[in-house]
Design a protein around this ligand. Structure first.
Ligand code: FAD
Length: 414
């Protein structure tokens, strides 16, 4: 357990020492026979998180009363640098820790924090989020999944979609409609639901890169205790906004709750970068390649500065919380440019390979197939721009015909 008096440098040295004896080196996780690689990733993440927890290095910026270390971002940054050569449970950063736990920390009851936040930090459970549905993506408040209060329970019916890694999770934060007489933003509630329940049918959706990370869920009379309500009934929009804030922060790269550095699984940290790729294809001395890689580096530096500045501005309340959309925009553009540069460098070599090929070049090809997701996940790029113009620059709001109209009277497609 960290001592509050410990300096960042002392913490770094203690982390370095602990990591070298306890965490597996990157790429050295044993393969579990007969288990789908995606499932394996999650089993590994649970084990790795438990290891971090036992060593006193889980939830570095989470409060100690919920199993965290109660330390500041500087300690987390030092830990990220020290843990780069090791396997880390980065799969848990988004959404389990950086989005759902972060939101529950602000909006949950004491019991919810003890159960879900502590559970996520200790590696005992994984959280995912269920906001999106076919009628509620960008227009999130237009969602149709309903929850009916019945004594001490809620009965939930409806459908959710695009739930990242729900198959691996235990509980989800689920946004539902509880009042159809209220205008659309005022009749919502946030309820924690078990992911695996006989009343929930889950499908996994295969994506173009071969992954089945997306799930869709169909609820038929799913019964959950009323104590699972987060915040107050019909004030789910406030809770959902908080969750969206953390999502933009996490997707934008500014979450204090993310631990470890993300890299393509099975690749060494240095090779899955534009510089690593230039070396890999033997073009690091080519002037045109150096210009390309240098330009990319400049964009990375500018984006890191943007994240730092916006994070600081929000912490001091100089910038409104909606400024997290700026980080979300900057990171989407940076991620897409990074993929494009690596794809250009790898060229034809990235589009040949076997399914499941873990080589760096093949990973670049797979990443290129998914480049567009950066401008959709966490709210689309267009919605982020709307958010910046309306809520940060205070330009006029977009016209909405359904504002202040009871939701049951709002016209919608069949
Ligand atoms: C990698 C990834 C992970 C995701 N993970 C999750 C998850 O874990 N849980 C979850 O619930 N959801 C998740 N999503 C879903 C994501 O939140 C939605 O896809 C996103 O909010 C967009 O909603 P939509 O797909 O319904 O598109 P739509 O809302 O139908 O939008 C379609 C297009 O219209 C544009 N558009 C819509 N309204 C406006 C407007 N008012 N002004 C300007 N342009 C507009 C959009 O920008 C977009 O280009 C994930 C998505 C991705 C790509």
């Amino acid at each position: 357990m960290a001592q509050r008096s410990e300096t960042v440098e002392d913490f770094r040295l203690r982390a370095r020492d602990w990591l070298s004896t306890h965490m597996p080196k990157a790429g050295s996780m044993p393969v579990r026979e007969g288990i789908d690689p995606e499932e394996q990733n999650w089993l590994d993440a649970r084990d790795l998180q438990k290891l971090l927890f036992s060593g006193g290095f889980a939830g570095i910026c989470f409060p100690t009363e919920y199993g965290g270390q109660g330390l500041s971002r500087e300690y987390q940054a030092a830990f990220n640098e020290e843990s780069a050569p090791y396997e880390m449970p980065v799969a848990l950063n988004v959404p389990s820790l950086g989005i759902c736990s972060a939101m529950l920390l602000d909006m949950g009851t004491e019991e919810q924090k003890q159960k879900y936040v502590r559970g996520a930090i200790s590696g005992e459970l994984i959280l995912c989020q269920f906001p999106s549905e076919p009628s509620g993506g960008s227009d999130l408040a237009g969602l149709l999944t309903r929850a009916q209060r019945d004594g001490d329970t809620y009965v939930i019916n409806g459908q959710k979609c695009w739930s990242t890694y729900a198959f691996a999770a235990d509980y989800a934060t689920c946004l539902v409609r509880t009042d159809w007489d209220a205008p659309k933003h005022r009749g919502l509630s946030m309820i924690i639901v078990p992911v695996h329940d006989p009343a929930t049918h889950m499908n996994r959706v295969q994506m173009v890169n071969g992954s089945s990370e997306f799930c869709e869920e169909f609820f038929t009379d799913l019964v959950v205790p009323a104590e699972n309500l987060v915040g107050t009934e019909n004030d789910g929009w406030t809770v959902g906004q908080r969750q969206l804030f953390y999502e933009r922060q996490a997707v934008g790269g500014g979450s204090p709750y993310a631990s470890g550095m993300t890299r393509a699984r099975g690749t060494s940290h240095d090779s899955f970068t534009p510089v690593g790729m230039a070396r890999k294809v033997g073009k690091e001395q080519d002037p045109a390649v150096r210009e390309l890689v240098g330009g990319m580096h400049a964009q990375e530096v500018a984006n890191a500065q943007l994240i730092r500045r916006v994070t600081k501005g929000m912490a001091s309340y100089d910038y409104p919380a909606h400024s997290s959309s700026m980080m979300r925009l900057g990171s989407a553009e940076t991620n897409q440019l990074r993929t494009d540069v690596m794809f250009e460098l790898a060229g034809d070599l990235s589009v040949v390979g076997q399914v499941g090929d873990r080589s760096v070049l093949h990973q670049v090809g797979v990443a290129a197939l998914m480049r567009q997701s950066a401008s959709i996940a966490g709210g689309s790029t267009e919605m982020s721009r709307n958010m910046v113009s309306e809520r940060v620059l205070m330009m006029p709001r977009e016209y909405a015909a359904d504002r202040d109209v009871p939701f049951k009277e709002v016209r919608r497609g069949r």
